[in-house]
Design a protein around this ligand. Sequence first.
Ligand code: NAP
Length: 241
Amino acid sequence: MKKVAIAGATGAVGRQMLECIRERNLPVEVKLLASARSKGKVIDDLVVEELTPASFQDVDYVLGACENDVTKQWMPWAQEAGCVVVDNSSAFRLDDNVPLVVPEINPEDIENHNGIIANPNCSTIIALVGCDALKKEFGLKRMIVTTMQAVSGAGVKGIADLENQVKGEDVPFQAFPYQIAYNLIPQIGDFDEFGISKEEWKMQNEGRKIWHAPELLVNCTCVRVPVMRSHSESITLECET
Ligand SMILES: NC(=O)c1ccc[n+]([C@@H]2O[C@H](COP(=O)([O-])OP(=O)(O)OC[C@H]3O[C@@H](n4cnc5c(N)ncnc54)[C@H](OP(=O)(O)O)[C@@H]3O)[C@@H](O)[C@H]2O)c1
C-alpha cells in the first residue's frame, strides 16, 4: 500500500487533506507530520510526528501544507527520499521546473513533473475553474477580479482571530494586523511599490501560468472578510469574441 505523508497536518489545510483522504476511502497509509510543538497530538486516531530529515524515507507521496519557509526547508529531504510532492504553499508555484496544476484545467501538465507538483492559490483555483469554459469558447483578453476571502485562508490563526473577536475575548491578534470581526481588511500579504499586494499578484501570475497565457491582462483586488470559510469573488471578463 502506498504511503502518503501530510506535512503540516495540524494546520487548516493539512486537516482538510486528511478529511478528503478519509471521505474518499483512498487505499493509502497516512503519516501525519508537523512541528515539534505538535509531536504526539492525535488526529483521527493517528499520532502526529515531528517533521525531521528522516521523515520521508518510507513515504511515496507528500502533500505539503506548510508556510513557504518551512516547505523550502523540508523539500530537499523529500526529494532525496524519492517522494512525489504535491505542494500547497507558494514556494515553488512559479518555478519553471514545477508544473502548477488545477486538475479540472491543465491535468496534462502533471506529466512534466520532476518530483514537485504545485497547487495554486485558493482564489486563483476558484476563479479559473469558473472561467475556463468561457475561455475555451470565447477566448479571454482581460479579467477584473475582486475577491472576498474568508479567514480560513489565513490558517488556524486566522480562524482563531475571528472566533476570539466575535466572543469578545481580549487576546492579541494572531493573523491579522487589525480587528477582522465586523470589519473588512483590503490587504492580503505585503504591498509592493505599486500598492499591489502579494495575493493580488498571485491571481495574475498563477493564472497566466496555468492557462499558458502570458499575454492575459489581469487586475485583482483582494479583501479579507469576516467569514469563517469559503471565499467569494466578483469577476468581469473581456473576451476575444
Ligand atoms: N488556508 C488556506 O485556505 C490555504 C489555501 C491555499 C494555500 N494555503 C497555503 O497552505 C500552506 C498551509 O496553510 P494553512 O492555512 O494550513 O496554515 P496553518 O493553519 O498555519 O498550518 C501550518 C502547518 O505547518 C506546520 N508547521 C509550522 N512550522 C513547522 C515546522 N518547522 N516543521 C513542520 N511543520 C511546521 C504547523 O504545525 P504546528 O501546528 O505544529 O505548528 C501546521 O501544521 C501555506 O503555505 C498557505 O499559504 C493555504
